[in-house]
Design a binder for this molecule. Structure first.
Ligand SMILES: [Zn+2]
Length: 306
């Protein structure tokens, strides 16, 4: 499989005006990513492609003409000029002065990160509003696609887009497991977590046990708040409500559950998939370990060194 991918990349580089890239070298980079560090194949392919594209300064996309109107799920290539009808799902904080706005766009098929550079001098986008975006450029980073708005981009407000089923995928390391994670009790009336046995609306309650994780996944460029429900928490930690209750009882302290979840998740590398909700959280419904005990930065350094 790696050999095939390598040949495909070699052909691609040739067609882009770089026929001299050694096949063996491409193969070694792919082999390291795919076989040693268990990076998914399409991500490995993009990583290696991006490296050569950058180092060899391969073709830059050209503006001009009308960009094709696509759906978010169909974005599968870097450096393409496209148009989108999409809703601004989240605006993130950015401390870089070169970036005017950054966040997530969604349509009925998916969710994608967007970046607006300050020098593009575009009108500001509003969270929750839908727009037609003409002439965006696609990009990718660690297997995750994004779109960049630039000077050529034209933004037109449109009617609201239903993004109900749209999901996004992200790969990164768990850099924080937040308080409020672990064994919690929920109000039986409104399902909100109780604080010291109290619901803000319904007063003192016995409550029902639940298990969840609120964490931060960092892909090297952005930090995303994620939430794992009881089922996902069990899938990635092996802890269910019954086990958690026993742990808490044995230790006479419910905080041991949170400590154990931290021990299992912190610093580990996952690919998560889920729906964006509440303007901030990604509700995870699939989560898989991708590489073991090594950060992607470290993997990339090894690949670069070949
Ligand atoms: Zn309540």
């Amino acid at each position: 499989m790696v050999k095939e991918l390598a040949r495909e990349l070699k052909e691609k580089f040739s067609s882009m005006g770089a026929p001299d890239v050694p096949l063996k070298e491409i193969e070694q980079k792919l082999d390291l990513l795919v076989n040693q560090y268990k990076v998914p194949e399409d991500e490995a392919r993009r990583t290696v492609y991006n490296q050569y594209a950058r180092d060899l300064k391969l073709q830059r996309p050209q503006a001009g003409g009308d960009a094709e109107l696509v759906k978010i799920k169909d974005i599968a290539k870097d450096g393409m000029w496209i148009s989108l009808n999409a809703k601004v799902m989240q605006l993130w904080e950015s401390d870089k002065s070169s970036i005017a706005q950054v966040g997530l766009l969604g349509d009925e098929t998916g969710i994608i990160k967007f970046v607006v550079f300050a020098k593009s001098e575009l009108p500001l986008l509003a969270e929750g509003k839908s727009y037609h975006f003409s002439k965006l450029v696609t990009d990718s980073w660690q297997g995750r696609f994004s779109v960049k708005l630039n000077k050529a981009t034209v933004i037109t407000p449109i009617d609201d887009i239903d993004t109900g089923g749209a999901e996004t995928t992200m790969t990164g390391a768990i850099v924080d497991v937040q308080s409020g994670s672990g064994l919690i009790k929920r109000c039986p009336e409104c399902n909100r977590p109780l604080n010291k046995g109290m619901c803000v609306d319904h007063g003192k309650q016995d409550g029902e046990y639940d298990l969840r994780v609120k964490a931060v996944l960092d892909d090297g460029r952005t930090a995303q708040d994620i939430i794992l429900n009881q089922e996902m928490t069990y899938k990635v930690t092996g802890i269910d409500v019954k086990i958690a209750k026993k742990m808490a009882m044995d230790a006479v302290d419910p905080a041991v559950v949170l400590d154990e979840i931290k021990r299992i998740l912190l610093g580990k590398y996952f690919t998560v998939r889920g729906r964006v909700a509440g303007g901030r959280y990604l509700l995870v419904n699939e989560m898989d370990r991708t590489a073991k005990d090594i950060t992607l930065d470290e993997v990339l350094k090894k690949v670069e060194a070949i």
